[in-house]
Structures are given as C-alpha cells and as structure tokens.
Design a protein around this ligand. Structure first.
Ligand SMILES: [Zn+2]
Ligand SMILES: [Zn+2]
Length: 209
C-alpha cells in the first residue's frame, strides 16, 4: 500500500525531512503480547534530524479518550433512538432494523478507533508503570528532543499540494523557520518492526511482513 507523506524544509538552510520518520511498527518487548509504542514527530538534537519520539502514557490521555468515546457513543445512541421512533408502521410490522446515516457511521467508526487507542494506552500505562526515564528518540535513545507542533496542516491536499508554510517552530541551532508541505508523492516502503525495552532502549529490528 502506498502512502502520502509530508515534506519539511527550512527557510535558512538546506535541511530536508519527512513525516516518514514515524512510519513502521514500534512496540515494547513483552512476553505476553507486544505493547504498541506511541510516537510522534520531533527534532532530535543528537540525530540533528526529524525522528520518531516516544510518547509516554498519561492519565490525562486515558481520561480524554474515555470522555471522547462516551460522547461519540451518545451521539450514535441518540440517533438510533430517534430513528427507532420515526419508523413507519410498515417498517415496524416488518421488524426492519434502523440504518445509520453515513455521518453516524463515521462517528461510530471514530468511536471504535478511539476504543482501540484507549486499549493501547491502558496497556502502555500498565507496562510502563515503573518507567524511570523520560521519552526517548527512538533512533538514538537521546532524551534531548523537541516535539513538533501537534497540529500541522499544510496547504492543499496530498494530491494537489499548496506552497510550503511555516509550522510555527524554529530549526534549532539554525534559527530558520521550519516549513511543511504535502510531498505530492505516495510511496510504498518496506517497513520494519522495532522492539524496545521498558526504558525505551532499542532491542532489535525485525523485518515486518
Ligand atoms: Zn535550517
Ligand atoms: Zn536521536
């Protein structure tokens, strides 16, 4: 499967980076079942590049996910109740079930997606309960990283990219502004499975199939 990616550059130097840095499968080594590792795009001072940075579980994330799931579940339930009341006598006679609208189906899909995220976040919280170190660069293990802004929304679309725009962060030690744009390219890449210990230290890299 080919995927689109974002291209990063700098206003003052030749730096080029991409969102492909976070691609692949990352997990913690756990004898029972591997625990998925959450990561985000960041600048690593020792790699001097955009890297996947570990994101440690927090109680706030668990709470936010729980309330988002409850909110979406309520939207779906309200829709279903209303639709049930609006059935015609003929539909009731046939016992036909209520169909979700496309919009509600989407809300329901997002709810189930968030439920998977919550399951993973809880698994991480349990597995990393004794974690001592802070989040690490998943390439070199350094903790000296700067997170990129959470919301990066380049102009245009991945099929029709707009001009590069600032992400609101300076290129460390360079002073230029980081820019982002849709690359306009979809690529398919052989991805690896990187396995880490409880402190975020890389144990092995497997070829993912
Ligand atoms: Zn620069
Ligand atoms: Zn690094």
């Amino acid at each position: 499967m080919s995927m689109p990616f974002l291209a990063f550059s700098c206003t003052s130097c030749e730096f080029k980076g991409s969102s492909m840095a976070v691609w692949g499968r990352f997990s913690y080594d756990n004898s029972a079942e591997p625990v998925p590792l959450k990561r985000r795009l960041a600048w690593c001072t020792s790699c001097k590049d955009l890297v996947p940075l570990e994101v440690l579980p927090t109680e706030t994330t668990v709470r936010e996910l729980e309330s988002e799931i409850a909110h979406k579940a309520k939207i779906v339930a309200d829709f279903m109740t209303k639709a049930e009341h609006q059935k015609t006598w003929f539909q009731k006679l046939l016992g036909s079930s209520v169909k979700m609208s496309a919009e509600i189906q989407d809300v329901d899909f997002q709810r189930s997606y968030r439920e998977d995220e919550l399951k993973d976040e809880r698994a991480r919280a349990k597995f990393l309960i004794d974690r001592r170190s802070g989040p690490k660069c998943l390439l070199c293990g350094s903790e000296d990283c700067l997170e990129l802004p959470t919301k990066i929304s380049p102009r245009g679309t991945d099929r029709a990219p707009g001009p590069p725009m600032p992400i609101g962060m300076k290129h460390p030690r360079c002073g230029g502004e980081f820019l982002v744009e849709h690359s306009g390219i979809r690529i398919s890449k052989r991805l690896n499975h990187r396995v880490y210990d409880r402190e975020g230290t890389l144990l092995r890299v497997l070829e993912d199939r």
